[in-house]
Every structure is written in structure tokens, then in C-alpha cells.
Design a protein around this ligand. Sequence first.
Ligand SMILES: Nc1ncnc2c1ncn2[C@@H]1O[C@H](COP(=O)(O)OP(=O)(O)OP(=O)(O)O)[C@@H](O)[C@H]1O
Ligand SMILES: [Mg+2]
Length: 319
Amino acid sequence: MKHDRLGDQPALVVEHLSKRFGERIAFEDLSFEVGYGEVFGFLGPNGAGKTTTVRTLGTLIAPSSGTATVAGIPLSAVNGQEIRARISIMPESPGLYQRLTVAENLECFAGLYELDDINGRIERVLRSVNLLDRAGSTCGSLSKGLRQRVALARALLSDPAILFLDEPTSGLDPVATHDVYDLIASLRERGVTIFLTTHRLEEAERLCHRVAILNTTLRTIGSPDSLRRQMFKRTMVIQLREPLDDPARLFGVLPSVERWERTSAATYELTVSDQEVAAPAAAEALVKYGAHILSLAESRHSLEDVYLQLIDEDVEAKR
Ligand SMILES: Nc1ncnc2c1ncn2[C@@H]1O[C@H](COP(=O)(O)OP(=O)(O)OP(=O)(O)O)[C@@H](O)[C@H]1O
Ligand SMILES: [Mg+2]
């Protein structure tokens, strides 16, 4: 996909953006950037402000304060139309005409967006969501997962510079969910810039280059890997056949091991500063000691651990 990129400008630049509805703050003081070709995950609990952020950046509602640049254009009421021509939003509910066929729905929206080469576009987007064979089915006769694919096709019609997907897999069964993952992954391969809100941590972990965790304010931002590293020390789990007689003598002197504890009969968890130093040293010492190693592995924290830890801190702070 080719878009006129203004130099090296990011796809999205958000600075101190806030939105209030009367007394209620939907989101506050958001600052972040999203690069072209990036899949950016926007995570947060119900009511965190995800949809409102999408609606604000998508020019459907005006921010209360702060600034943003969307696809190179400053966010403002007068620029609304120009921004909307460069982006697409797939909302939480697909909003398709149930009695029209898939192709008729897409024709209708392509007309509304005043796009050229309507037939060529429809064929391209249907192919990219694997729905060419259902072009003639009415949307009402499709399963939820297939309707979601039509909604994605609709969002792709205008070849957007930024694609906003608001919980694209909500309410889908595991098979349909994985279908949508595959579609997003193929868009990612093609370099489409995607702003993805989700409750599914696994989805974010799998698809996103970087994620932001929002709970009215931005709690953290970074690649799933860097967030894990920031929040959790690395740990190594060692399972032996028999417990050690004197684990302190063995683990206490290993390089790069900061702490150790026994987590079950013959399982030990070591907090390490450098896994590449600690693992071979531990293995060597255990073998010398005559211990029988069943397994020795780094335990990985998931993005879900990071998320739960942060949201938990917010809950605690409110008490
Ligand atoms: N039009 C509106 N008028 C008043 N309050 C609103 C409006 N839209 C959203 N809000 C409030 O703003 C807050 C954020 O809502 P938002 O829909 O952005 O959350 P969300 O993160 O998308 O949640 P969910 O995960 O449930 O979709 C909520 O407290 C919500 O009630
Ligand atoms: Mg929402």
C-alpha cells in the first residue's frame, strides 16, 4: 500500500490528548506515537477509554484538550473530512445491511466513500479476507465471524493509511478468532498501519509490534518483550528428581543468581540477572553436586501478567 508519507513523520502523533463527557473523564493526557507499518495494540479494561480514543482520533468526536496528527494531518474540525479520507474504522459492531449481499454492501459503502474502480476494489478486499465465494450471500445469512470479515473488507475498501480496529474478535469463537488473527497478520505483512483495541492479551502479544495499556491514563507502552522485562525480573525454574540437601550452599554462590526459593518438593525458582550466565553455571554446579536434573528453563511472564499487575496496582491505588 502506498501513501504519501510526509518525510519520516509517524502515522499518529498524540500529545496530551484528553476527552471528558461533562464530569466524566473518558481518557486523559495521552501522549504516544505510532509509526507507519506498525501494528499498535491498545489494551485496557472496560471503560478504560479505548473506543473513545478511536472515535476521537477518527474525527467522530472532538477532543476536550490536547493535540494529535493523524496520517500527517493535524486533528481539527476543519480537517475532519481530509483525515477521514485517509483512515478507516472498523467499529465494535459491524453495521452492515443484513438484506443486501456482501458485494452489494461493499458497493454501497464504496459509493458512499466516492471511491474509484469499485469492482476492482471489491474483488481485492474480498480476496484479502477470503470471502470471494460468499460475495453473493446476504449479510443476514452469514455467521458472526464471516460478518466480521465483511466488516474488515469494508474497512479496507478505501486502502486506508491507518486502519482502526475496535475489538475485531469480540464475541467470536476460537476458530473465527484465529481466522481474524490470520487476516490481521497478513495485513501486518503487507505493511498496513493498524491501531487495534482488544481485551485479548494473546491477540496483542501475537499481532502487535508495540502495545499501550490504558486505564483512563496511559499506564505503559512498549513491545510485549520490553514490558515483560521492565516489570518482572527474569526467573529460571529448575526441577530435580530429589530435593537438594543443602540448596543454599549450591544456589547461594552461583553467578547472576539474585535470589532462590523452593517452590515445591524438588523444584527451585531462581531470580537471575543474566540467564546466559546463570543457566550454564547452575547446570554445571548441579551435575557436580550429583543432582538429577529433570528440567531447567527460563519461565516467561506473559503480557497478561504485565497487564494484570498494572491494572491491579490501579485497583489498589483507588482503595
Ligand atoms: N457519549 C458518551 N457520553 C458520556 N460518556 C461516555 C460516552 N462515551 C463514552 N463514555 C464514557 O467514557 C468512558 C470510556 O468509555 P469507552 O467506551 O471509551 O471505553 P472502552 O475502553 O472502549 O471500554 P470497553 O472495553 O467496554 O469497550 C466510560 O466511562 C464511558 O461511560
Ligand atoms: Mg470499547
